[in-house]
Each structure stands twice: as C-alpha cells, then as structure tokens.
Design a protein around this ligand. Structure first.
Ligand code: SAH
Length: 235
C-alpha cells in the first residue's frame, strides 16, 4: 500500500479521519506507525496529500489530513476484455487500476466458460475492493469505470463502433497480422481475448466495429501478461 485511500465515511471532521479496518492493521503491521508519523493519503475520486497520526489505540487510529496534489493522469484507453477465470479476473482488476486504465468493458465470448460469470469477484463490492488495492499500489485515487456486457454480438455491433470512433481500435490476436503499434499518443480502444483466444467470427465482428487485429509475436502470453505487455507497448 503506497497510498492510504480514504472514503467519505472515514471522516469525523473536515480534516480528521478515524480508521479501524484493513488500513489500520496495515499501518500498524507493515508501516509500524507511531503518533506523529506521516503517511501519504488520497481521497477516493479526489486529491492526494499527507496524513499525520494524531492518536493510536489498540483498535483504531485518528489521522489529520491535508490534500494538495492531483492524482496521476490515466491512459487514454478503453479496454475491452473477455472475462478470464475468476482468480485471474480478481488480479486483473488490481492490475488495470495500477496501470491507469480508466474504463474496462468485460465481455462474453465463445471461449469464456459460462461458470466464470457466476464468480463473486464480479460483485460490485468485490470489484471495488480490488480496484482500490490497485489504486493504492499505483498512488492514484480515481476508480476505473467497469462495464459488464454479457452479450458479445449486440455489444460489438451496436455499441462498440461508437466507443471506438475517434480512437485507434485494436484487437490483440496471435497470427499473421501487423505488429502491435508502439508509442501511441491519442485515444485507443483495445480488445484482449480470453484464455482460449478469440474465434475467427469474433475477430471479424470486432474488425467491423473498427478494431484492427494486431499481434505481439510468436509467444502466446497469458491474459494478465498480455494486458501489461500491450499497454506498455502501445503507450
Ligand atoms: N490460444 C489463444 C491464446 C489466447 S491468449 C489463441 O491462440 O488465440 C489470451 C489473449 O491474449 C489473446 O486472445 C490475445 O488477445 C492476447 N495475446 C496473447 N498473446 C498474444 C500475442 N502473441 N499476440 C497478440 N495477442 C496476444
């Protein structure tokens, strides 16, 4: 945790917060804080700044906070991702928040197992919790928007063209395609497939919506690695 993220409910006055949960335990066990120590803090959706430990008790801490710094810029990206298996999905929420993805659209696809949609990791409170872990890692305060599109065809045909319009549209797919571009400055819409990959029909439909297939070389990367490799390369 490189940034302690604060919720509105933590505030007991305009510049004081009281913490008694995971963040309190972390402050104590990992940072070993004492009264008078300072910590980096951020207000979810707002500014970042510093906190001073004012009071420390067995089960809670009171901090005085001051905010003076903007969170870092996000990537100009909409990431469309076929739902991976639950364990990876959970980590991906953290990873995309850490990397600065502002908008994630989770889609179904032919090779997404139906059971993946049942995972508790898709419950809004769990999604938020993992996004927050990713923001704390990166030192950012702004939660990515997460959109769920359970039906591939209507999403890709009816909504994706408008989302991709005015951006560089890419679909990552191993094969005889142009190499994925590097160092893009403008907005990008990028689609990454499930563990089993996109099927040809899906690649065709994504291409019609404005996303051109690109590849990253002969090595097939795990979804999580592909996300990191693609974003580092594109931006
Ligand atoms: N067996 C699948 C691989 C899936 S890897 C197949 O052959 O298509 C999961 C996703 O990561 C892919 O759908 C793609 O979006 C991305 N990916 C992984 N390695 C890649 C590569 N070398 N080039 C382009 N995309 C890749």
């Amino acid at each position: 945790m490189n940034l302690l993220l604060l919720e509105e409910a933590d505030f007991v006055s305009a510049d004081r917060v009281v913490l008694a949960d995971r963040r309190f335990t972390h402050m104590q066990e990992i940072h070993g804080v004492a009264v008078g120590d300072t910590l980096r803090v951020g207000r979810i959706g707002g500014l970042m700044g510093q906190a001073t430990v004012m009071r420390l008790e067995q089960h809670e801490a009171e901090l005085q906070v001051a905010f003076d710094q903007q969170p870092p810029a996000k990537l100009p990206l909409t990431l469309v991702l076929a739902v991976p298996r639950p364990k990876m999905l959970r980590r991906l929420f953290q990873t995309i928040a850490t990397l600065g993805v502002p908008r994630l659209i989770l889609v179904n696809s032919y090779k997404v197992e139906k059971s993946f949609w049942q995972t508790p990791f898709l419950n809004p409170e769990n999604v938020r919790e993992n996004l927050i872990l990713g923001l704390e890692q990166a030192r950012d305060t702004v939660l990515p928007e997460v959109i769920i599109e359970k039906r591939f065809k209507p999403f890709v045909e009816d909504r994706l063209p408008a989302i991709a319009q005015g951006s560089l549209g890419l679909v990552a797919h191993p094969g005889a395609y142009p190499a994925c571009p590097r160092g893009i400055e403008g907005p990008v819409t990028l689609a990454i497939g499930p563990e089993g990959g996109w099927i040809p029909y899906e690649v065709d439909l994504l291409a019609k919506a404005g996303l051109a297939p690109v590849q990253l070389g002969d090595r097939i990367l795990r979804v999580e690695t592909a996300v990191t490799a693609l974003l580092s390369r594109i931006f």
